[in-house]
Write a protein that binds this ligand. Structure first.
Ligand code: EPU
Length: 336
């Protein structure tokens, strides 16, 4: 257990924003949860749980307790002929786990390679990339409920997963600390190559393995997303908007270059990155904040931005896109 006051969050968020937390409490094992509850003064303060801080924008110092989840441990629950159930503590790095899976040929997770969050955070926002979403891999989630002082379990199918959404952003957001996630992974490698140009990217690989697919994904990601250690960012800043067919048609009639992706529910998804791109933000000369050259959906800190500079820039994007296309962009990152 670590406990500090007036603690810098700069190394703990991938936007590299220099904000402070009034109290910082790091939970490394289940006893630390107990110690936290016993410190009534801190327990009663507002609380923000963070994992790897890869989807959060601090716009001011946090008044309350930042509870950093550092729960660690991976264990195999079931090792069957064709699948494994692996329980992973929520403070583990999601990508280190994805790497371990690729190495052991536990399949299904490889398209999610390179996502820089914790396992707990990955579930909260149902991370997705290259045609896969974590919701397809979650067997069960264990969490601690601060309102009942009990550990509980919920099945993956009951987590109300949606696009970058889950029950942990709604009913189970306030008083809950996810402690572990059990993944169901296949031992049979069935590569998912239908997203974008993924099949092109691997076409010259004679024998595709989970590790080689992982490498292909990492190289696509590297070409689009700046390294947050150099240029702080939180991946996509906005969600891709979902519109009705009629609303999307209005846009494509006026802007035929705008791509559309049909969804199973009959609606259409439009790439926010392309809308931002078409508004000219890649050429914006703001000194502190920019959008990535290879994907305008990535808003990044040029070095010395404060959280409020990033937020002001994001608001400018929102307004420009709304004025030009009539589309309201919604942030994907948590703004704090
Ligand atoms: N596009 C442009 N210009 C741009 C950016 C994109 O024209 O500046 C076009 C691309 O040509 C492509 C389309 O927009 O046809 C979609 O772009 P891309 O495949 O790069 O995906 P994205 O919509 O930018 C989404 C996820 C990413 C995920 C990728 C790959 C969201 C909000 N973002 O990005 O997730 O890695 O697909 O699956 O859904 C994240 O959530 O932080 C994240 C990085």
């Amino acid at each position: 257990m670590l406990l500090y006051s007036d603690y810098s969050l700069k190394p703990l968020n991938t936007f590299n924003i220099d904000a402070k937390s009034e109290i910082y409490f790091e939970v490394s094992d289940k006893q630390d949860i107990d110690s936290f509850i016993r410190k009534r003064k801190y327990f009663e303060m507002p609380r923000l749980i963070i994992g790897n801080g890869s989807n959060i924008l601090f716009t001011k110092d946090y008044k309350g307790v930042v509870l950093k989840n550092s729960l660690k441990g991976i264990d195999i629950q079931v090792d069957a002929d064709d699948y494994v159930l692996v329980r992973v503590a929520s403070g583990e790095s999601f990508d280190e786990f994805a790497f371990t899976c690729a190495r052991k040929r536990y399949c299904g997770i490889e398209n999610l390679s390179g996502i820089p969050g914790s396992v707990g955070g990955a579930v909260v926002q149902n991370i997705g990339a290259y045609g896969q979403e974590i919701k397809n891999l979650v067997e069960e989630v264990e969490y601690y409920d601060f309102s009942t002082f009990e550990f509980n379990k919920i099945k993956g199918e009951d987590c109300k997963f949606g696009y970058r959404d889950s029950i942990f952003k709604h009913e189970l957001s306030e008083n809950v600390l996810i402690t572990s996630v059990t993944f169901r992974l296949s031992k049979k490698f069935e590569p998912m190559l239908t997203y974008g140009h993924l099949d092109e990217a691997v076409k010259d690989i004679p024998v595709l393995t989970p590790m080689l697919l992982r490498k292909a994904i990492l190289s696509i990601r590297d070409s689009k997303i700046p390294d947050y250690k150099q240029f702080g960012n939180a991946g996509s800043f906005f969600k891709n908007p979902e519109l009705t067919k009629a609303a999307a048609k209005k846009i494509t009639e006026q802007f035929p270059e705008v791509k559309t992706f049909e969804l199973e529910n009959g609606n259409v998804k439009i790439p926010a990155g392309q809308l931002i791109d078409l508004c000219g933000f890649k050429d914006d000369n703001d000194e502190k904040v920019g959008v990535a050259e290879n994907n305008a959906l990535i808003v990044f800190n040029r070095g010395n931005a404060k959280g409020k500079d990033v937020l002001a820039f994001a608001k400018k994007i929102e307004k420009t896109v709304k004025d030009k296309f009539g589309v309201k962009l919604e942030p994907e990152v948590v703004i704090c």
